[in-house]
Structure formats: structure tokens, C-alpha cells
Design a protein around this ligand. Structure first.
Ligand code: KIV
Ligand code: ZN
Length: 519
């Protein structure tokens, strides 16, 4: 057990950079701004907003976040070269508090096969990168990529040189999720013991989850003196993901007796932020996921329920309300007004005002006519539906389906864009949905391959809204779409159109591996 007085741990969120670069998690500018604001409300210290050199979209997103989001340090990633660093600063310079994060791989495998550089050159490049970034901004983070597989003596040398060059945070990434807790904890301890200038920088950790150990490794690092944890909402990220923010924060909080650490996180925002992200990306959280999964606080066993009724702490180590789960989420009905809707939206983590609020309210009233009870998930779905419609996107005006028995379906679809309506009809195909999708492809002139398609119920009851998620491929890139309606055909049509609009905007993730229907 730790005997120190509480140490504060910096929470560095990389949902918008490492998280967003994982397949199926790409977000548009508006969505990134929404997530960045939610991260500020959650209380993260640093938001890694993107990798500005990677694409124009990334650059614009980092710039927009730096120019408008207040309440956290905004960080941009760069390799150790002049172009990357200059571009990162160009994007970041509007932020009152900014950080440039430079990285260079240091492990033997990366030196030999990827970079073809010797140890001396690596140190020179790292130092030059940190110095160039330092000329722009005081707050510099340096990451020796694949640190967990780097020889410890060399890692100590690189870290010392980066701190001498001006790095204020040294991040130790387990890039490929290879570390185990005892090993990783000892790496952090050795850095503290052997690097003479280590006290001039914050030690940070960045763990990937390939062996399911990202949270355990991060905690082992904290135990051994790390003062910053890099993590993502819902643990999204490359391959098996990154350290999950909600898990590492709640572990430190629940076991404060052991870790003796504090963070600035407002834990009651954990569930709303998790929901916001999964709604935006269409990437669902598994039911039994720690902290934010639907079953995380559900007690099924009779013995457990009995214990819970007598004394909740018999089977609950955290209170649901501490992570933002309300006891009952039955909130609104047909008599609820705009103020009540705005209030509920705020509690769920959305910032909607003015015209957007009015549009959501109009949809809410329509839904309240069809559905007696409006749950939190329904409200979130209505808001997301509005958010995912960009200014120049195609909108669904109406559709008709005629299909008798097993006969050929015939459909008619009307879409509108910038006020212009276009209608088309199609007969035949592999059922009504296939015909609807093909008609949308024809109107928008965007051809896609459907990779995955699901329909789930948003809430409970016979009148529940159906939520459809779809993943499509277009020009070698993957796009997700989401649609919600009390009518499942409409939900599927909206999801398909949402994915097609995203494909039209470009910037999806490259296709990785074979299509699901080919495996
Ligand atoms: O996993 C990794 O090594 C990274 C670095 C850029 C920090 O994401
Ligand atoms: Zn990473």
C-alpha cells in the first residue's frame, strides 16, 4: 500500500487521435468538436485532438478545436521532422494552452526495419525534433515509440536527451501491447532511478490493449511513479484499443486507499461521455464492459439482489450514480417542454441550443405522439440524428415500399440536398432494403459495398425505437452510418443514407482485412 499523500495524475485523452484512427471510428469535424467539448466537461487535462500532418481533415479538426474549445490543453501529434512539427503548430497556435507531442521509434525492431537508423541518429533526431517544437511552445511531450520493447539502457539515454532538449513530459508507449504489469512497472521505476534529469519532466504512459492489459499496465506504471495516463473513452484505438479512460480513472478512485492518487475527472460524466462517443461512431460498448457497459451495475443473482437490498456495498464497489448512471432514465413524455428537453440533453452530455434545439424538439414531439415513454437513449438518438446531418448532405424526404409476399419489391425514394429534391423508383432486387439502398446509390451517385448491418432496439417495449447501424465500403475506405426510428425499415434507410453521406464527404478509414462476407 502506498504511504504517500495523494498525487495528482494528469489525464491525457487521445480519443480524437489514437482512438479516431482505428477502423470504424472516424468522425467529422462537427462530431470531433462535440466530443472535445464533452471531454472538457468530463475534466480531462489534455485533449490530443489529432495528427495535423496526416490529412487536411485532421489539420482542420485540430485547428477548430484549438480555436474554440476552452478548459483543457490542446495537443497535436507530430513525427520528429520539421514539416510535421510546423504543421502541428500551425493547427495549434490558436489555443491558449497547447502542447506539441513529438514521437520517434526507439526499439531495435523499428530502428532496423522501419527507420533504418542507428542509435546515435535516433538520439540526434529526437533532440532536433524536441528543440524545433520547443521554439514554438513550452509544453512539449516526447514519445519513444515502442518504448516497451526498447533496450532499457538506450531508452534511458533517449529520455535523458529529450528532457535536456526541452521535453516537459516523457511518454513511454507500449505501442504494440506487449508489456505485462510487473515488467512495465519496472521500466517506469528504472527510468526514475537511472535518468539523472527525470525530475524535470512528467512521466507519462500510453498502453495498447493487445493482451487485454492496457489498464493493468497503466496502473502498474502509476504505482511506480508515472504522473500522466494516456487513454481513450471506451478504450477505442488501434487494433484492440488503448487504455480505457473510465476504467483507469475508476480504478484509481475506487482504490484510492492503494494508489493514493487523484484526477480532475468528474466521474458522473463517464457514462454520458461513453454514450456520446458510441452514438457518434456507431461503435457499441459490449454489455459487460466495466464501468459503462449496460450490465456493469445489473445484479441478476438472487443472493446478490438480497445482499444489495440489505446493504449495497455487499456487492457494489462503486455507486452507479458516481459514474453518471441515473437510477431511472424514464424522463420525458408528450407534455414535456423545450426547457425539459434541453435540460435532459445537457445531462446526457450534449450542447444543443437555438435552431438545433428547435429541430430536435420538433422531432421529439413527433416521437412522443408515437411512443408513450421517452427514455434517455431515445433523446440521445434524436440528437445524434440531427448532428449527423451536415449542411450539404442528402436528406431523406420520403420513401414508399410495395412488396407482396415473395414478389418483386418496388420502391420510390425522394431525397433532398440544398433544397433540391430528387425522386427515383426501382423494381426488383434482393428484398425491399436492397431496393431502397440501390435507389439511394443511384440518386447520390455513390456506390458502396455493405460490410455489416444491424438493427437493435434503443430502449425497451413494443413501441421502442429501432437503431440500425451499417458499415459500408467505398473506394477502399470504411464508413459507418446510424439511423433511428420507430419503423425499422426507416431506421435502416436512414443508416444507409448516413453512411453514404459520410462516404461522399470522404476521409473514412482504409479497409483492413477481407470483407466480412468473404471470410
Ligand atoms: O502507440 C503509440 O506508440 C503512439 C505514439 C504516437 C504515442 O500512439
Ligand atoms: Zn498509440
Amino acid at each position: 500500500m502506498s504511504t504517500n499523500s495523494p498525487r495528482s495524475v494528469v489525464i491525457f485523452d487521445t480519443t480524437l487521435r489514437d482512438g479516431e484512427q482505428s477502423p470504424g471510428c472516424s468522425m467529422n469535424l462537427e462530431e470531433k468538436l462535440e466530443v472535445a467539448q464533452a471531454l472538457v466537461d468530463l475534466g480531462v487535462d489534455v485533449i490530443e485532438a489529432g495528427f495535423p500532418i496526416a490529412s487536411t481533415g485532421d489539420f482542420e479538426a485540430v485547428r477548430a478545436i484549438a480555436n474554440s474549445v476552452r478548459g483543457a490543453t490542446i495537443c497535436g501529434l507530430a513525427r520528429c521532422n520539421e514539416k510535421d512539427i510546423d504543421r502541428a503548430w500551425e493547427a495549434l497556435k490558436g489555443a491558449p494552452e497547447s502542447r506539441i507531442h513529438v514521437f520517434l521509434a526507439t526499439s531495435a525492431i523499428h530502428r532496423e526495419f522501419k527507420l533504418r537508423m542507428g542509435k546515435e541518429e535516433i538520439i540526434e533526431r529526437a533532440v532536433a525534433g524536441v528543440k524545433r517544437a520547443k521554439a514554438y511552445c513550452d509544453n512539449i511531450e516526447f514519445s519513444p515509440e515502442d518504448a516497451a520493447r526498447t533496450e532499457i539502457d538506450f531508452l534511458c539515454q533517449v529520455v535523458e536527451a529529450a528532457i535536456d532538449a526541452g521535453a516537459t513530459t516523457v511518454n513511454i508507449p507500449d505501442t504494440v501491447g506487449y508489456a505485462t504489469p510487473t515488467h512495465y512497472g519496472s521500466v517506469i521505476r528504472m527510468l526514475r532511478e537511472r535518468v539523472p534529469n527525470i525530475d524535470r519532466a512528467v512521466i507519462s504512459v500510453h498502453c495498447h490493449n493487445d493482451l487485454g492489459l492496457a489498464v493493468a499496465n497503466s496502473l502498474a506504471a502509476v504505482e511506480n511513479g508515472a504522473r500522466q495516463v494516456e487513454c481513450t473513452i471506451n478504450g477505442i484505438g488501434e487494433r484492440a484499443g488503448n487504455c480505457a479512460l473510465e476504467e483507469v480513472v475508476m480504478a484509481m478512485r475506487t482504490r484510492a486507499d492503494y494508489y493514493a492518487t487523484t484526477t480532475r475527472i468528474n466521474t458522473t460524466r463517464l457514462v454520458p461521455t461513453s454514450r456520446l462517443l458510441s452514438n457518434i461512431t456507431g461503435m457499441h460498448v459490449q454489455r459487460n464492459k466495466a464501468i459503462v457497459g449496460r450490465n456493469a451495475f445489473a445484479h441478476e443473482s438472487g443472493i446478490h439482489q438480497d445482499g444489495m437490498l440489505k446493504e449495497p456495498t455487499t456487492y457494489e464497489i462503486m455507486r452507479p450514480e458516481d459514474v453518471g448512471l441515473t437510477k431511472t432514465d424514464l424522463v420525458l413524455g408528450k407534455h414535456s417542454g423545450r426547457a425539459a428537453l434541453a435540460d435532459r440533453a445537457r445531462a446526457l452530455g450534449y450542447h444543443i441550443t437555438g435552431e438545433q434545439l428547435q429541430e430536435v424538439f420538433d422531432e421529439f414531439k413527433k416521437l412522443a405522439d408515437k411512443k408513450k415513454e421517452i427514455y434517455d437513449a431515445d433523446v440521445a438518438a434524436l440528437i445524434e440524428k440531427r448532428m449527423s446531418i451536415g449542411e450539404d448532405a442528402w436528406k431523406l424526404v420520403s420513401y414508399e415500399v410495395h412488396a407482396v409476399g415473395g414478389g418483386e419489391p418496388s420502391v420510390m425514394v425522394t431525397l433532398a440536398r440544398n433544397g433540391d429534391k430528387v425522386s427515383r423508383s426501382t423494381t426488383g432486387g434482393d428484398g425491399p432494403l436492397d431496393a431502397l439502398f440501390r435507389t439511394i446509390e443511384e440518386i447520390t451517385a455513390i456506390a458502396v459495398i455493405v460490410r455489416d448491418f444491424r438493427v437493435l432496439s434503443v430502449t425497451r417495449g413494443k413501441d421502442a425505437q429501432g437503431e440500425s447501424t451499417i458499415e459500408v465500403e467505398h473506394n477502399g475506405r470504411v464508413y459507418r452510418g446510424r439511423g433511428v426510428s420507430t419503423d425499422t425499415v426507416e431506421a435502416a434507410t436512414l443508416a444507409f443514407l448516413n453512411a453514404v453521406n459520410r462516404a461522399a464527404a470522404g476521409g473514412g478509414q482504409p479497409v483492413v482485412g477481407p470483407r466480412p462476407d468473404m471470410v
